[in-house]
Design a protein. Structure first.
Length: 446
């Protein structure tokens, strides 16, 4: 019996890792534990997996009612999704329904096999050795199903609307309910299944339920693919519109440049007759500001980011903020445009908001925003620097000394950035030095 218990514990641990593997969306088990930035996070993750594994092992040893087994399995999946990986409730419940379907399908398959093998009248009345054998076979089938369908789970969007979530989750819950009721009935049934007709009936019923579950999964996959195509189409339309607006604005700016160049002789003649150096300097500054407005065009390799940088620089100029951007996003397409826009727009908006507040407190102070982005050694590095108020700098420094992952200082801007980065195992960090706020972002591209 000790051998069976060791096998149980080992298989439960493997399946806990596989569930974490599903949520982490990675093909590398090493990345599951070492993608976290701190040793504390890794330790908590390992302790959580160990606790959940031990909980499931205890229920298998004491032979509790099958309903509690389902409850423990659901708690395990949701805990790994929401507590260990910080995913949303909607995403975690969809993955949970998939895994419950796999678990009950594995049970039905093993229960049907055991009726044929033992010719018993009730599987629940079998001895401990048979119960251990049943449990081990269920865990093996579950592991197999998780491995072969992992790509399907990775297609589930982590950020999903309530309507799309309900469209997917309701059929899955109905199917899971039927599967659970059928498995429960099969396990505790006291009818005589010794006849060939009874065995065939069980297998046919199990096959029908299995087919229903697979059809449900296929429908969900098709629905997600349709929504993805729909979103890509909308994105392409938005990209075309953005390019059109961008080049129309570029054309208008070129017309303004031609007008300004045509009037340059008149401006020079006007300056020649001005003796007051202060007025002359102000006149030159006004012309230079007009010229600066025509140098806002970017060619980063991504039209969405070009447009964001263009608009943010114009907004910065209106608020007398120096805005500089050195961004190269050419020759890689792993990160979706909407996620890149989330990262850049939130980072720049946070920086602009702080610079505007700083200008109110110190009108004569210099306010700067500097954006750098580029690929290096298989990673996308993004840096955003901006001037910061002394009071805010002190607050950030104090807050950085805490270990809480979701600090209040982050605000919605950095929370949005963090949500986008999680899709690609990216990370960000912040620091303050010499009245400059630094936001560092790293995203693996390989």
């Amino acid at each position: 019996m000790l051998y069976y218990n060791i096998m149980k514990l080992f298989l439960i641990f493997i399946n806990s890792l596989l569930i974490l593997f599903i949520f982490k969306r990675t093909r590398s088990f090493k990345e599951i534990f070492y993608s976290s930035s701190t040793r504390v996070n890794r330790t908590l993750k390992i302790l959580c997996i160990a606790l959940l594994t031990y909980l499931r092992f205890l229920e298998s040893v004491f032979g509790i009612h099958i309903a509690y087994i389902y409850l423990t399995f659901i708690i395990t999946v949701l805990a790994i999704g929401m507590l260990v990986n910080n995913y949303t409730f909607k995403y975690s419940t969809i993955v949970c329904c998939f895994l419950i379907s796999y678990y009950t399908l594995a049970q039905i398959t093993v229960f049907s096999y055991m009726y044929i093998k033992t010719k018993t009248t009730c599987i629940a009345l079998l001895g401990k050795v048979f119960q251990a054998e049943i449990f081990i076979k269920i865990e093996i089938i579950l592991a197999f199903l998780i491995i072969i369908t992992s790509k399907l789970a990775w297609k589930i969007p982590m950020q999903i609307s309530r309507l799309n979530w309900l469209t997917i989750i309701i059929p899955l819950i109905i199917n899971c309910t039927y599967l659970i009721l059928f498995a429960d009935k099969l396990y505790y049934n006291t009818s005589n299944f010794n006849s060939t007709v009874s065995v065939i009936t069980i297998l046919i019923a199990g096959a029908v339920v299995l087919l229903g579950g697979l059809c449900n999964i296929a429908v969900a996959e098709y629905y997600l693919e349709v929504k993805e195509i729909e979103n890509e189409t909308k994105l392409q339309i938005s990209e075309v519109k953005l390019k059109y607006d961008y080049y129309m604005q570029l054309s208008k700016d070129m017309d303004e440049v031609r007008k300004l160049s045509h009037d340059i002789r008149g401006h020079l003649n006007a300056l020649e007759g001005v003796q007051d150096n202060i007025r002359k300097s102000e006149y030159i500054d006004s012309i230079m500001n007009r010229l600066d407005g025509f140098e806002n065009h970017y060619d980063t390799g991504n039209p969405f980011i070009d447009n964001i940088l263009y608009k943010k620089k114009k907004d910065s100029a209106e608020n007398h903020i120096q805005f500089k951007a050195y961004v190269d996003l050419k020759e890689f397409n792993k990160i979706k445009d909407e996620d890149l826009c989330t990262v850049f727009s939130n980072a720049i908006e946070n920086a602009m908001r702080e610079c505007i507040e700083r200008k109110k407190e110190c009108p004569d102070g210099e306010n700067i925003i500097l954006i750098k982005a580029g690929r290096k050694r298989g990673f996308l590095f993004i840096t955003c620097e901006n001037s910061i108020r002394k009071k805010q700098a002190d607050y950030v420094q104090v807050s950085l000394k805490t270990t809480k992952k979701d600090k209040k200082l982050h605000g919605y801007g950095l929370r949005n950035i963090n949500a986008a980065l999680q899709k690609y195992s990216g990370e960000f960090s912040i620091k303050v030095e010499n009245d400059i706020f630094y936001l560092f972002i790293v995203i693996p591209l390989e």
